[in-house]
Design a protein around this ligand. Structure first.
Ligand code: ACM
Length: 642
């Protein structure tokens, strides 16, 4: 009996210690190793940050000291010294230590000081991000926090390095334009979670956003469209004589500034010039790029593309493609990529290649002549011919080419890397052919999708919940892991009109993607257990985002609704939640439910004459989710009842 009591006590203590640890160390992405100690380091009234003379480290030192002094109001002194020595200080030093992996770091907090070491500045930068997450959440404040925050940091040793080297977020700046200041802000947020790549989708039907000096009309014309607000794909076309007033573009000076800002934060910028499809903005500027020259306009989000579904190719009612049979197209692209290569130091250029509507090519005499001349048997091969020529141009500028997985169709260009978005299969296939791969599948990494139920989220055609994003593994079974460079989440902005909403769409799913890309696989397995721990940390980071005044989606607190039918006309509703510990309360009588209303326990039968179901989640007797209203018409539709 005594033994049993002892065993129970040991289990109780170890789970308590475990949960205390989790409470103290809510780090995202989860580090490789955390060894907690006892006690805390409390920031003195005057803090020294010590580093040597390495100018990269001095930049990191300045970033850290600015953040500490702005949030704490304390005096921070940057010291250049060869050795850490002084107590009550934070030291940042490059060492030569083969136990620290690439981009990795070792962070030691003791009661007398903090020491951060790495083999390279990037490691120090990531260590600083971890260190900031050990501070109280108020460190995220942009101005000095009033009141008496206890600036205590728990004693700990953390050793860490990333699982993948390509940890990206894609921001579509074509569908909606984001200013240089906004993009810098986005970079500031992403680096907190150790992302190191910002993919800018710079061109599309809705706007060309990059100054190309040799092709001035691209931004004089292509960067501007008539202004519309509403649902993408249903917006009205430009009216006769209507002025194009919405838009903007980055000058080459803007890009240099952004590239430098990103580089100072260990972020590469990957530029995407999407060809041959998605090109109304370029065609409005230079119609001669098309197989069907004529009048073109920059699309405000009107419906000019039809998706027939069932795996068939979609087609345009307007030709939005650059013509592969047109030599001028290659001269144009040579000019574009010459300037792009000069502006962006990153080793890769993205050429898009996705979703090319080819119905106009089918009827083009020019394309027919090209097929005969080059012995191309179908339009896949025509597109592949185009992609291969684009690759030659990009390679001639000293860059590697990457494209969306459609570039596999008709045969991959010899040196191309593939960004797999239509699931992982394109990536797996490309790796089988020996090509580099970046994974960004819709099923886990499309953060333009809704993160919860369409009755409460701004409508988009698909859903990707946080819990699903958390299950992302960029290196699935059966793939040569050495060819997987990493992965990224993609934020398409057809429905994202402003930066606040871009933040809402990015966080918290960006946390899940960051963790999938950085943290060891073993730490995340089994996913079911990892999820609960992750969700707890997410909540801690919501508090940090609040302090930083960054918007995020609270969707993980809302109910999940599954609707089916019994017999032919009875609606059955099954409810669940994404995270544990919530109760769901409901009404069928049109009133607003609260925690005095029935709590959901088992599938519900919709009363015969009810007009709507209303739902809300509670935790500890406080509302936590948002009120959801499902009208009977919506429930019937979901149940398949006419
Ligand atoms: C894509 O989402 N069309 C790459």
């Amino acid at each position: 009996m005594k033994k049993i009591i002892l065993l129970v006590a040991v289990i109780w203590m170890s789970t308590t210690i475990h949960s205390q640890k989790q409470q103290v160390f809510s780090i995202i992405p989860q580090p490789v190793s955390i060894v907690p100690g006892t006690g805390v380091f409390t920031l003195p009234s005057k803090i020294s940050i010590i580093t040597g003379k390495d100018k990269n480290l001095i930049k990191i030192q300045q970033l850290l000291s600015t953040q500490i002094s702005s949030a704490t109001g304390k005096q921070v002194i940057n010291v250049a010294a060869d050795k850490t020595a002084s107590s009550k200080s934070i030291s940042l030093f490059i060492v030569s230590d083969n136990t620290i992996a690439k981009e990795g770091y070792r962070l030691k907090v003791t009661t007398t000081g903090i020491s951060l070491t790495a083999n390279e500045p990037a490691g120090i930068f990531y260590g600083v991000q971890t260190l900031l997450q050990l501070f109280p959440k108020e460190i995220e404040s942009k101005s000095a926090v009033r009141g008496n925050t206890n600036w205590a940091i728990p004693v700990v040793t953390i050793e860490d390095h990333p699982r993948f080297g390509w940890r990206g977020l894609m921001l579509d700046v074509s569908r909606h334009f984001f200013t240089v200041a906004q993009v810098k802000d986005y970079i500031d947020q992403m680096v907190k979670y150790k992302f190191n790549l910002l993919h800018l989708h710079l061109t599309d039907d809705q706007g060309w956003r990059l100054q190309i000096k040799s092709l001035p009309r691209l931004t004089e014309v292509g960067a501007w469209r008539v202004e519309r607000t509403g649902t993408f794909g249903t917006l009205s076309k430009p009216q006769p004589g209507e002025k194009a007033t919405y838009g903007g573009f980055y000058t080459q000076e803007d890009i240099k500034e952004l590239v430098k800002y990103a580089a100072d934060r260990y972020v590469n910028i990957l530029p995407e010039i999407d060809v041959p499809g998605h090109n109304l903005a370029a065609l409005a500027s230079y119609p001669e790029l098309s197989c069907t020259p004529g009048e073109y306009y920059v699309s405000p989000g009107d419906r000019f593309m039809i998706w027939p579904g069932g795996g068939q190719h979609f087609y345009g009612t307007l030709d939005n493609t650059i013509c592969p049979a047109n030599e001028y197209a290659y001269e144009f692209l040579d000019k574009v990529f010459t300037e792009v290569a000069q502006l962006f130091p990153f080793g890769y250029i993205h050429m898009g290649g996705d979703e090319t509507a080819r119905n106009f090519w089918e009827k083009s005499e020019q394309i027919k002549a090209l097929m005969q001349k080059e012995k191309l048997k179908d339009l896949d091969e025509v597109q592949s011919y185009f992609v291969k020529r684009v690759e030659k141009i990009i390679n001639s500028k000293g860059k590697k080419m990457i494209g969306w997985d459609e570039i596999l169709d008709g045969g991959l260009a010899p040196n191309a890397a593939v960004m797999s978005w239509r699931g992982m299969k394109g990536g797996i296939e490309a790796a089988k052919q020996g090509h580099e791969v970046v994974m960004s599948p819709t099923d886990f990494a499309y953060i333009d999708y809704m993160q919860g139920d369409g009755v409460i989220e701004p409508p988009v055609y698909a859903t990707l919940r946080l819990k699903k994003a958390y299950q992302f593994d960029p290196a699935p079974e059966g793939i040569d892991v050495s060819l997987v460079k990493g992965g990224q989440a993609n934020l398409w902005t057809e429905q994202v009109y402003n930066m606040r909403h871009a933040q809402y769409m990015t966080w918290p799913r960006g946390f899940a993607i960051a963790e999938a890309l950085w943290s060891p696989k073993a730490k995340r397995d089994p996913i079911a257990i990892g999820w609960n721990d992750f969700a707890t940390r997410v909540e801690k980071h919501f508090e940090r985002l609040d302090a930083a005044q960054v918007k995020y989606a609270p969707s993980m607190y809302d109910a999940i609704v599954e609707v089916s039918k019994k017999d032919t006309a009875t609606i059955i509703v099954k409810l669940s939640t994404e995270i544990e510990g919530l109760s769901i309360h409901y009404s069928f009588d049109n009133s607003f439910p609260d925690n005095f209303y029935p709590a959901y326990r088992e599938p519900l039968t919709m009363p015969r004459d009810a007009a709507a179901m209303k739902l809300i989640t509670y935790r500890n007797n406080k509302p936590i989710g948002r009120m959801m209203v499902l009208p009977i018409t919506e429930l019937r539709k979901r149940a398949g009842i006419k």
